[in-house]
Design a protein. Sequence first.
Length: 256
Amino acid sequence: MRKYFEIFRYSLKTQFAFIYNYIFSIASFAIHVFVFNELWDFILKGKEIVGYTKSELIWYIIIAECILYSGDKKFNKIGDMVKQGDIANMLIKPVDTVNYFIAETTASLVKCFINLVVAVILGVILAGPINYSFGSIFFALIAFFMGVFIHNLLQIFIGIIAFYTEENKSFWMVVQKIAFFVVFTPLEFYPKIVQNILLCLPTTYFVYVPSKIFVNYEFGLALGLIGLEILSGLVIYGAIRLVYKKGAERINVNGG
């Protein structure tokens, strides 16, 4: 366990090694939120839409965007390791490769906590305070950090697809575009058939669930959504294990 903690610690240092890049990332996040604040202000003019006020929509977008901005493009690094053959070296190291990747990406949870603090300040300035309770904060935080973790798992999954395709950037672009369906507009905005399709996709659970719980908290709904979020994470983890196992077998058979 200690070796994975050391991997986590080293990755955490790396996360903040390029501080100016991180600052500009926060600035980009703030600009996105400001643009959508003005957009929904112009569209709604004080009215509600599918049960959301303008303030709730802005808070929804802030939480969703905060999760997206907490990623560290791990799929790029893993893809490069596969293409350059460095992944073969991982097979002889005394660590489980999948857990190694997870320990590395878990460091982003610290960064996302800082992002969340910035997001809350931004939300209060642009959208004003929102009604909340201990339950809504507690469950929203659980769903938020679970969402970031699932986001990281998806990046690992896309990364190891390089075992079969070598290039994986296009796959991540597809994941991002699908995630955008529920980043800027809640699930309720879409027709029922589209909602049912989106509910079958893991992107919905790492974006929609934390945002929904935070702005429209109901105890029963929160438990159900978090349950589905955990299930989504387990499915992705299982898929990572399966795809990595098959990919590693190919390396062993072909000699790298």
